[in-house]
Design a protein. Structure first.
Lengths: 505, 306, 360
């Protein structure tokens, strides 16, 4: 038997209160695309950080081509031929592509030579990139190319990719897969981390499945059904949300011809956005990250003010209404960033309940606050949405991502909104909590509320949306009925692959 | 009032002298801010540098030794700031303020026996022929060595930030410390080095005031120059050559203002004396529209977590 | 290897304990400093902390505590509102000066008329003077995004020059034999902020400071504006999401702290100090920054911290005359206190763990 490229033996890493990895062992062969599969919080990130030298294991060892391998820092890992493309890109917005790449190399050549090499590699692998563009101006797909090229310039033996497709359109995913297949043909091994089962089935030769920090099984993805892999990953059978067919009412909220300049140097401007959502309808808005999702939520929640009649609620102009005035009228929102935007990390859950609940729950009178009533409201949220916490006095940051997300969504849903806008409602949330959150959105719509769900998870949108539109560079495509849309069509609405004709329906 | 008493050549020469402490402190702070740290303790480090340099120069008789001591003292004080912000994760604004308050007290304590003492003089360089040229001579070739050091330092910082690997890493840390950490750079270590450099520069700037510009020791003699240096970094949009330009502009304002006082212009002395501060405010207002060149991680603490 | 672990939530116990630990650490290191200066350390510390309260002449010093503490508390309360929201007014010294000038100016404008309404007018003028001076950085920040730290500080130097100017000109005592400085307000009954109860040090400034503490407590804990202040400091984006208007908050916080600093200056000039003079200000505006942090930006904490800081001032004076301890040593001592506080504050949000570093 040949010696595997990298062999992990009994890796264990514990953090206070949680064992992130519990004696994990598996091998990655030469020229193999190896999938590491698991839910959020299963310990995938910790594991790859150990391989990349960012975290030291408490016990266990690694062998690289049979020799002990214990990188003290990423530099050492890189020197041994390990390269990594991060989920949240480790890029510097204000620097240009070549400078970004130089930062990831041990002995970068002169800038001019480096630029030439970047051009060369990017052409070889079909990843066009201008070395002198400022990274902050690039799209998510292009930014990923910067990371990949940074890795490729070092001729890695093992390329680690952490959820690489979460920021790509379906067309861009295809291009990425061609690149990865080419790398495999050249003998590079790839450790591919994902929770998207279909991708793994098309790309990977072998899969290791993690659950709660343990290796719970291995399989050959092309020979295993997605359902079987999903059940190994989750550990129980999945509940898919229940949806009832329903009639839509009149138009609840409408945006017409809205353009908003970018809020910051590297933000996205909204360009001529039209949107309507009816009572009882769930409008899903897809798109790759950084195409105007945050900005659109800001316009809907009232954080960004616009011309009065650009945003209408039941036909009344509300574009000049701030968040508090909109809440009074029944327009509620839950932003993507839980800590720091939807909730204040160091404040208690009670105080966070006050954050959006003050108007509709009557928690304030003439500016004076009723903390008793607020605590009751927080307790109601905790109970109704099964938020796991010792009590409402605990700080928001002490909750896990999924629990805090349930709290944030629950806080808005319990206020009986007429219109609810959510951005990435289940990002980083475990499957059970995600299902609960989706069900609550469906229930809300069934009661007659209009729901706008902005998400980068297409599966989620297809599961709950009645109609679907996509954001691409600040433009919103015309909405289509969700039922019957193909992946190809969705991809085109999201802007296709970079450099292709942009499709506007 | 006698404006003819103002000699334009001497005015420019003394402008360069007035600008040098500002320039030294601002270049140091610029590097600190480029690494993503906001140290509001410049004033405190300057004044401690001023007395440390003064005392050393008086005791040893060597102004140059005084400057070394000043740089060391400034850096030593900045260690406190580094400990607070980089290890104890304290708020950078509060820590910087405390550095200034502490430095003012400490310098007063250290300087008690030096009030009214004359320091040894630092000689101006003298290059035969060149220094004797009319106009050009006194302006370009008749200063002390530290003034030229300030200009050389500006050039060096400019080159390092723009062309060297070290500068690239420093900018990267100031831009996005999470990403820099993920790539394996020692964020905390790099920042501490930058803070020490800033402290040493501020110390030098302070000593320049007490040993050359004034030269004597009085309590609180930096009189807000450290704060103006902070404003200058904003003015310069974090670019070294613009910091030099800004320092000369402010130096010019100070010198003109002093010359006008001496010439007995009909404006009350107090109003002339407040003019540098008012002009700083006006410049800040004009330039604060553009924040895009500020390092993105400026003022945010970094703690490596999982 | 010692390393830090972030606590899941801030520790309440440590939050209360750190000021005490910081005071103890300052006593130890301050003692070392005094020893280095050749003074008996224990004696010096005892003089500073014990003598004013329980010493032989405490009947004289105790009222002084109120006199020194009141402006510190008044200013620090105002500053703490802004600091909580991440709005850094560090120019309270300038606002204090302007409040004093406006308050004294308003009073002197009536001289020698005696009327009950003069003092209230002076109070209003003092508050307005400080408020207006603080509105300069506030408006520049909201209109042009100018850094309020630098502007408010620059204005201290401007105010000091202005103070010199009025002491020598506009407000100079016409019967002062050409000496700089205004008429003494202590000698002008309608404008005199006299002791309310003789021999206690209790003057209107002390009353105002106590009212400010109560006001700030209610504001921060029971009122929407206070909630918005805290929210803005903790998470600015969340505050915007909650509907906070950041510009209005800047105007409120800076205006409030300016008005309170102005009041402090006005009560000082019309009471303990008595006259506008070139060296009227003694750094209360800067020391109040220490008081605000030492009091954990909490109203009750500030009240206690103000008392403590007043103690070091008075104790320092005694040590100066009894032990020839230099005045600057007390300044260092106060600076040290802030250092230790910031350093030990770490324990509120982190716990120290001993073991292998997790991050290479």
């Amino acid at each position: 038997m040949t010696v595997p490229l990298l062999s992990l033996q009994g890796l264990t890493k514990a953090y206070p209160g949680v064992v992130a990895n519990d004696s994990v062992s598996f091998d990655i062969g030469e020229g193999e695309v190896h999938a590491l599969l698991g839910e959020n919080g299963a310990g995938k990130s910790t594991l790859v950080k150990m391989i990349y030298g960012l975290v030291k294991p408490d016990s266990g060892q690694m062998l690289l081509r049979g020799a002990p391998f214990a990188p003290a820092e990423p530099r050492a890992a890189r020197a041994d031929g390990i390269a990594m493309v991060f989920q949240h890109f480790s890029l510097f917005d204000a620097l240009n592509v070549a400078e970004n790449i130089a930062l990831g190399m041990e002995n970068p050549p002169e800038m001019r030579d480096l630029a030439a090499r970047i051009r060369e590699v990017s052409e070889t692998y079909g990843l066009p990139l201008d070395p002198f563009r400022t990274v902050g101006d690039l799209s998510a797909g292009e930014r990923q190319r910067v990371e990949i090229i940074r890795c490729l310039l070092q001729d890695p033996k093992l390329l680690i990719m952490d959820e690489p497709t979460s920021v790509l359109t379906p067309q861009e995913v295809e291009i990425l897969f061609k690149t990865l297949q080419k790398l495999r043909a050249e003998g590079t091994s790839i450790l591919y981390i994902s929770h998207k089962l279909e991708e793994i089935r098309t790309l990977c030769d072998h899969a290791t499945i993690l659950r709660l920090g343990k290796n719970v099984g291995e399989c050959t993805p092309s020979e295993t059904s997605a359902r079987d892999m999903a059940e190994m990953m989750v550990g129980s059978s999945l509940q898919t949300p229940q949806r009832k067919t329903r009639e839509f009412g009149e138009v609840a909220m409408a945006i017409t011809g809205l353009s908003v300049p970018a809020p910051s140097a590297f933000g996205t401007s909204l360009k001529n956005v039209h949107l309507t959502v009816r009572k009882g309808e769930i409008l899903g808005i897809g798109g790759v990250a950084g195409n105007g999702q945050d900005e659109l939520l800001g316009v809907l929640s009232g954080e960004v003010l616009t011309a009065a009649d650009a945003v209408k609620l039941h036909g009344q102009p509300i574009g000049r209404h701030g968040p508090t005035a909109r809440r009074a009228l029944g327009v509620l929102a839950a932003p993507e960033e839980r800590l720091g935007h939807a909730a204040a990390p160091d404040m208690s859950l009670t105080e966070n309940a006050m954050l959006t609940g003050s108007v509709r729950e009557g928690l304030e009178k003439n500016g004076f606050l009723d903390w008793g009533k607020t605590k009751d409201f927080a307790e109601r949220i905790i109970k109704a949405f099964d938020v796991r916490t010792p009590g409402p006095g605990n700080a928001a940051r002490s909750l896990s991502g999924g629990n805090l997300q349930k709290f944030v969504i629950g806080r808005e849903v319990l206020q009986n909104p007429d219109v609810l806008v959510v951005n990435q409602p289940t990002w980083g949330v475990d499957a059970a909590a995600a299902a609960a959150i989706r069900q609550s959105l469906l229930d809300l719509a069934a009661k007659g509320a209009a729901v706008i769900c902005i998400s980068q998870d297409l599966d989620e949108l297809m599961e709950i949306s009645d109609s679907f539109a996509a954001l691409n560079e600040g433009r919103l495509s015309a909405p289509r009925e969700a039922a019957g849309l193909t992946v190809e069509e969705i991809g085109l609405m999201m802007g296709g692959a970079h450099g292709m004709e942009v499709a506007h329906v | 009032m006698d404006l003819s008493a103002i000699n334009p050549v001497l005015l420019i020469a003394s402008l360069m002298v007035a600008a040098t402490p500002l320039l030294l402190a601002a270049i140091g702070e610029l590097v600190v801010e480029k690494s993503g740290v906001l140290n509001l303790g410049v004033e405190g480090m300057m004044i401690v540098g001023a007395i440390a340099g003064f005392a050393t120069a008086v005791e040893s008789g060597s102004p140059l030794l005084g400057f070394f001591a000043a740089a060391f003292a400034g850096a030593a004080l900045s260690v406190l700031f580094a400990i607070l912000t980089q290890f104890a994760q304290a708020n950078q604004v509060a820590s910087g303020l405390s550095l200034t308050l502490f430095g003012l007290g400490l310098s007063a304590l250290m300087g008690q026996s030096y009030v009214g003492v004359k320091p040894p003089r630092m000689g101006d360089i003298h290059i035969p022929v060149l220094s004797d040229l009319p106009v050009v001579g006194p302006i370009l070739f008749g200063h002390d060595i530290i003034l030229y050091f300030g200009i050389a330092l500006t050039a060096a910082v400019w080159w390092v930030l723009k062309y060297s690997r070290m500068g690239l890493v420093l900018r990267a840390v100031g831009e996005n410390h999470e990403a820099a950490h993920a790539l394996g750079y020692k964020v905390i270590r790099i920042r501490i080095l930058a803070i020490l450099f800033g402290g040493a520069c501020a110390g030098l700037g302070g000593a320049y005031i007490s040993l050359i510009r004034v030269p004597q020791w009085t309590e609180g003699m930096t009189a807000g120059i450290g704060w103006i240096a902070l404003a200058l970094v904003v003015f310069a949009s974090w670019k070294p050559w613009r910091a030099l330009l800004g320092a000369y502009l402010f130096g010019g304002v100070t010198v003109v203002q002093l010359n006008l006082q001496a010439a007995g212009v009909a404006i009350p002395v107090e109003y002339l004396a407040m003019s540098p501060y008012l002009i700083t405010i006006i410049v800040l207002v004009i330039l604060s529209a553009d924040k895009s060149s500020a390092p993105a991680s400026l003022g945010r603490n970094f703690h490596a977590s999982r | 290897m010692i390393r830090l672990e972030k606590r899941p939530q801030p520790s309440r116990a440590w939050s209360l304990a750190t000021p005490l630990v910081a005071v103890l650490a300052t006593m130890v290191f301050g003692g070392l400093l005094f020893a280095a200066l050749g003074k008996p350390p224990v004696e010096a510390i005892r003089t500073i902390f014990w003598e004013p309260l329980f010493g032989e002449f405490s009947f004289y010093y105790r009222p002084q505590l109120l006199v020194k503490g009141a402006p510190l508390v008044l200013i620090a309360i105002g500053l703490s509102l802004g600091f909580r929201a991440g709005i850094w007014n560090i120019g309270a010294e300038g606002q204090y000066i302007m409040g004093a000038i406006c308050g004294a100016g308003a009073g002197l404008a009536f001289y020698p008329l005696e009327a009950f309404y003069i003092f209230p007018i002076m109070v209003i003028a003092g508050a307005l003077g400080g408020w207006a001076w603080a509105m300069i950085p506030a408006i520049l920040k909201t209109r042009f995004g100018t850094n309020e730290i630098l502007v408010s500080l620059m204005l201290v130097y401007v105010a000091e020059q202005f103070l010199a100017s009025v002491s020598l000109g506009l407000l100079k005592n016409p019967e002062g034999f050409g000496f700089p400085g205004s008429r003494n307000l202590q000698a002008y009954d309608s404008a005199h902020n006299a002791e309310l109860i003789a021999g206690t040090g209790m003057h209107w400034g002390v009353v105002a400071a106590l009212i400010a503490v109560i006001f700030a407590y209610v504001l921060l804990n029971r009122h929407m504006t206070g909630y918005h202040i805290r929210l803005t400091g903790e998470a600015p984006r969340a505050a915007k999401f909650a509907g906070v208007n950041p510009a209005r908050l800047v105007l409120f916080c800076l205006g409030m702290s300016g008005a309170l600093a102005g009041l402090a200056g006005m009560f000082e000039v019309s009471g303990p100090s008595g006259q506008i003079s070139i060296d009227f200000n003694v750094g209360y505006g800067f020391t109040a920054i220490i008081v605000a942090f030492l009091g954990r930006l909490h109203p009750v904490g500030i009240l206690l911290a103000g008392g403590l800081m007043a103690l070091t001032y008075i104790g320092g004076d005694i040590a100066q005359s009894n032990l020839q301890l230099p005045a600057a040593a007390i300044q260092v001592f106060q600076g040290m206190l802030l250092f230790f506080l910031l350093a030990f504050d770490l324990l509120t949000n982190f716990r120290i763990a001993i073991g292998k570093p997790e991050v290479a």
